[in-house]
Design a protein around this ligand. Structure first.
Ligand SMILES: C[S@@+](CC[C@H](N)C(=O)[O-])C[C@H]1O[C@@H](n2cnc3c(N)ncnc32)[C@H](O)[C@@H]1O
Length: 194
């Protein structure tokens, strides 16, 4: 049987439009690739994640993919962004994608905002400044539920900027970690065993 070349999980024209608009306006090339976005959606849905945290939302591109996964699980995403303009754009983009009831954009410094959030997380996506990855991991790991998944972006193309983080997750006794590269950027995917 012939295989389709395009990935399944078709987007509505409305969501596809919003994602295209974010990319068109993304002069700083902050947004994850489409392949990485699709991967995040699958991971959130496959994990059955109910409580999803995104650190570094920019204009909402990855947040929309996380939200599409969370919509399958009945979960919620909190996406934190400290640049006021980008946070406002993210909130508008999430709303326009029809995910306003799934993704909440918090404008603020994630180092300040994360301790204010209640409960544990069963899925964390880290995509802030790379030199902060180890500090964010140390802050969030105690709140990652057993069976939770911690994903960090750019671990291939910006590997040199986050060595302490990578050494930690690769050697951590409570994590299974693998590096995947749906596009050239790469993501570490860490599963919390206990
Ligand atoms: C690479 S971009 C994120 C791209 C986004 N995940 C996407 O795919 O659309 C990194 C973002 O992290 C934000 N950021 C960096 N440090 C932060 C912090 N401490 N708190 C909140 N946001 C932060 C930056 O302002 C920037 O918009």
């Amino acid at each position: 049987m012939a295989q389709s070349a395009s990935p399944s999980g078709a987007l509505t024209p409305q969501i596809a439009n919003v994602l295209r608009g974010i990319r068109a306006a993304d002069a700083g090339l902050l947004a994850v690739s489409e392949e990485d976005g699709r991967f995040l959606r699958v991971l959130v849905a496959a994990r059955g994640a109910k409580s999803v945290l995104e650190v570094g939302a920019a204009s909402g591109y990855s947040g929309i993919w996380l939200g599409l996964g969370a919509r399958e699980t009945g979960g919620r995403v909190v996406a934190i962004e400290y640049d006021a303009q980008r946070a406002a754009a993210a909130a508008a983009n999430v709303r326009n994608a029809g995910l306003g009831d799934v993704v909440r954009v918090v404008r603020g410094d994630a180092f300040v905002e994360i301790p204010r959030l209640p409960g544990t997380f069963d899925f964390v996506f880290l995509d802030a400044w790379k030199s902060d990855y180890k500090k964010f991991f140390d802050l969030v790991f105690p709140r990652l539920a057993p069976g939770g998944v911690f994903v960090a972006h750019n671990v291939v193309n910006k590997k040199n900027e986050m060595e302490p983080f990578l050494q930690t997750v690769l050697a951590h006794p409570a994590l299974f970690t693998t590096i995947v590269s749906p596009s050239h950027e790469g993501m570490s995917v860490s599963y919390r065993v206990r």
